[in-house]
Design a protein around this ligand. Structure first.
Ligand SMILES: Cc1cc2nc3c(=O)[nH]c(=O)nc-3n(C[C@H](O)[C@H](O)[C@H](O)COP(=O)(O)O)c2cc1C
Length: 178
C-alpha cells in the first residue's frame, strides 16, 4: 500500500476546512464511490464525522446495510474524477475504472481506500438515529492513512452547480482553538 498510518488525533484538521470528499462503499463484493460535501466533525477523538447521504444515491443502501465507508480526500488534481463520481450512478457504472481511481484494501473495513487520494479515513457507523429522518450518518473514524508523496493542497470546496473554490494559502494567527 502506498499510504502510511495517519494519527487519529490529526483527522479533524483534514476535514475542518470542508473539502469535497470521495466516499467509497462496498456491497456484494463490489465497490462504489460518490462525491460528498455535506459533512461535519462532531468530536476530536475518537474522530466522529456526520455525513448526509441521500437515499436516492446507490451508495446509500450499501452504507446503510454494512455500516462502513471510507472517506477519501482528493486534491484538485482529481477534479474531473470528483465531478464524475458525483454525477453518475454506481448502479450502472464501475466508477473506479471510469475515472481512473485505484482501489486498495482497507485494514478494518470492506470498502477500499483510493490510492490517488492524499488521505483515507476508514469509518464505521456509530449512530444511525438520524438516518431515516435526515440521511445523516454519524461515523467513527477507526483508522486513518495518508500518502506523504501526494500534495494535501489545494482541495476543492463545492459552492453549487459546477462552481467550486480551491483552498488557498494558510496563515497562522494567535489562536488557542485546537
Ligand atoms: C461536489 C459534489 C458534492 C456532493 N455532495 C453530496 C452530499 O453531500 N450528499 C449526497 O447525498 N450527495 C452528494 N452529491 C451527489 C452524489 O455524489 C451523486 O448523487 C452521485 O451520483 C451518487 O453516486 P451513487 O449513486 O453511485 O451513490 C454531491 C455531488 C457533487 C458533484
Amino acid at each position: 500500500m502506498s499510504k502510511r498510518a495517519f494519527p487519529l488525533s490529526g483527522v479533524h484538521a483534514l476535514l475542518e476546512p470542508g473539502p469535497v470528499v470521495l466516499l467509497s462503499s462496498a456491497a456484494g463484493g463490489r465497490a462504489n464511490v460518490m462525491a460528498l460535501s455535506w459533512h461535519t466533525l462532531l468530536e476530536f477523538e475518537p474522530p466522529l464525522v456526520a455525513c448526509v447521504i441521500s437515499s436516492r444515491n446507490h451508495s446509500f443502501a450499501a452504507i446503510d446495510a454494512s455500516g462502513e465507508c471510507v472517506i477519501n480526500l482528493p486534491g484538485a488534481a482529481l477534479a474531473d474524477a470528483i465531478v464524475g463520481c458525483g454525477n453518475t450512478s454506481g448502479a450502472t457504472l464501475d466508477k473506479f475504472a471510469a475515472f481512473g481511481l485505484s482501489p486498495e484494501p482497507a485494514r478494518l473495513v470492506a470498502p477500499p481506500l483510493i490510492r490517488e487520494c492524499f488521505a483515507s479515513l476508514e469509518c464505521r457507523l456509530a449512530d444511525r438515529s438520524l438516518v431515516a429522518r435526515y440521511g445523516l450518518f454519524i461515523f467513527e473514524v477507526v483508522a486513518a492513512w495518508h500518502d506523504p508523496a501526494l500534495p494535501h493542497e489545494p482541495t476543492l470546496h463545492h459552492r453549487s452547480y459546477g462552481e467550486f473554490m480551491l483552498s488557498g494559502p494558510a496563515i497562522t494567527l494567535p489562536s488557542r482553538a485546537r
